[in-house]
Design a protein around this ligand. Structure first.
Ligand code: GLV
Ligand code: MN
Ligand code: MN
Length: 409
């Protein structure tokens, strides 16, 4: 396909998918909602449009498989893709660019070279972001390790469990183990960088060596609800006031352990949530990340210690370490393979680490996994302003096609 045609297709696919889940200017596609279903139906139609066979597994990961006469039954499969969900008020490229690049790379390579020796499957993974449940990587976890009972019982803000949400969306939670796989040769993911480095340095491809560890705590501080006008300031147990003091101190708590760590309180809810009632309960999340597992463990202890101090003032404190993804090194042979292809194409590139979490880190627990970045405008992501150019996406299609050609034909 000529470059112009490829870029028109990229534009069309990104725009179509980007429209799904947009309501009042806010884009949100999270697990097992009608927006999630609509995105999956659309992606299945794009898969069919590219001449592949669309299907879904037991947890709603969408696959695009080869339609041909070769029997691949006993051959391990190459997976290429990313995730189809978005954060709340997210952009049109995080995850979406990767599944579209995967799809176009596979179809372009097959058009040029016919059926591969090693089978390739395009994959659009369910719920990587964890924007509905305090659990990320639902789709890749289901494939790599299987989903556990406690994970299926986690609840969203409305008290709906993951299990129930699955049932309501037409999946049988008793079948989740059917999504687990052993027959994977390797997993490839392209993703927007979500940071400014590639753009600033003029590089077109980032080859990822290591993905940092991500810990995620859900916190509940429970005080007492009281009348906002009649309860003197020194006689209250105001959970929000206590939480805000802790949040102001959080950067200091982590900086004492690591100067490269990040810590973010991105979600907060107050109960009962009335302007004239002292907040009884404050519920919030802490996402903290680092490349060093010892530092993550120490930060977890320091954060919980700091929060538990509030018990001396009469508050109840509950902390739940909902996610503890360890830092991961990606497969060295695949890093070298990617480097050869990028060099052959004469593209400016760099090796780098990822501060963001990606499904590749889950696959890397059991299979050779690879992650590539492309530049995004001003490094902005997890925002509706997120943008990657059609030209840069087309370059990634060419790179991924080159990698697949070397590996599978
Ligand atoms: C995924 O986008 C993450 O890094 O939180
Ligand atoms: Mn994201
Ligand atoms: Mn992503």
């Amino acid at each position: 396909m000529k470059n112009v045609e490829l870029m028109e297709k990229i534009e069309f696919y990104i725009n179509r998918l980007g429209q799904v889940g947009l309501k009042d200017g806010i884009r949100w596609r999270c697990a097992y909602t009608k927006e999630d279903k609509a995105a999956k139906e659309l992606f299945k139609s794009l898969i069919e449009n590219e001449g592949l066979l669309a299907s879904e597994d037991a947890v709603g990961n969408v696959y695009g498989k080869l339609k041909n006469s070769i029997d691949y039954t006993d051959v391990k499969k190459i997976l290429v893709g990313s995730h189809i969900d978005t954060v709340r008020d997210g952009g049109a490229y995080d995850g979406a660019a990767g599944i579209i690049i995967g799809l176009l790379a596979v179809s372009e390579t097959i058009k040029k070279f016919g059926a591969p020796k090693i089978p390739i499957e395009v994959i659009a993974l369910t719920e990587e972001e964890g924007s509905r449940y305090a659990m990320s990587y639902v789709g890749s976890r289901a494939i790599v390790n299987g989903l556990m009972e406690n994970e299926l019982n986690s609840v969203d803000e409305d008290g709906i469990s993951l299990k129930t949400a699955m049932l309501l969306a037409g999946y049988d939670p008793d079948n989740v183990m059917k999504a687990k796989r052993d027959d994977i040769h390797s997993y490839f993911e392209v993703h927007i960088e979500q940071g400014p480095v590639l753009e600033k340095t003029g590089n077109k491809i980032g080859i990822i060596e290591r993905i940092n560890g991500i810990f995620f705590i859900e916190v509940e501080i429970i005080g007492r609800e009281d009348h906002a006008g009649t309860t003197p300031m020194n006689m209250r147990l105001d959970s929000l006031s206590a939480a805000s003091k802790f949040m102001a101190k959080l950067p200091e708590v982590v900086a004492e352990i690591s100067n490269s760590a990040t810590a973010t309180v991105g979600k907060i809810r107050v109960e009962p949530g009335s302007s004239n009632v002292v907040p009884k309960k404050t519920i919030f999340t802490i996402d903290f990340r680092d490349m060093d597992v010892d530092k993550l463990t120490r930060m977890n202890e320091a954060i919980q210690l700091e929060l538990n101090q509030l018990k001396h003032q009469g508050f109840k404190v509950n902390c739940n370490l909902a996610t503890s993804e360890l830092p991961v090194d990606l497969n060295k042979e695949l890093i070298n393979l990617c480097e050869v292809v990028v060099k052959d194409l004469g593209l400016p590139y760099m090796r780098m680490n990822s501060g963001a979490g990606h499904d590749a880190q889950i696959f890397a627990e059991r299979f050779p996994a690879s992650l590539l970045f492309i530049p995004c405008k001003d490094g902005r992501s997890h925002s509706p302003v997120e943008f990657a150019s059609n030209e840069d996406i087309a370059i990634a299609v060419e790179v991924m096609s080159g990698i697949l050609k070397k590996l599978a034909w």
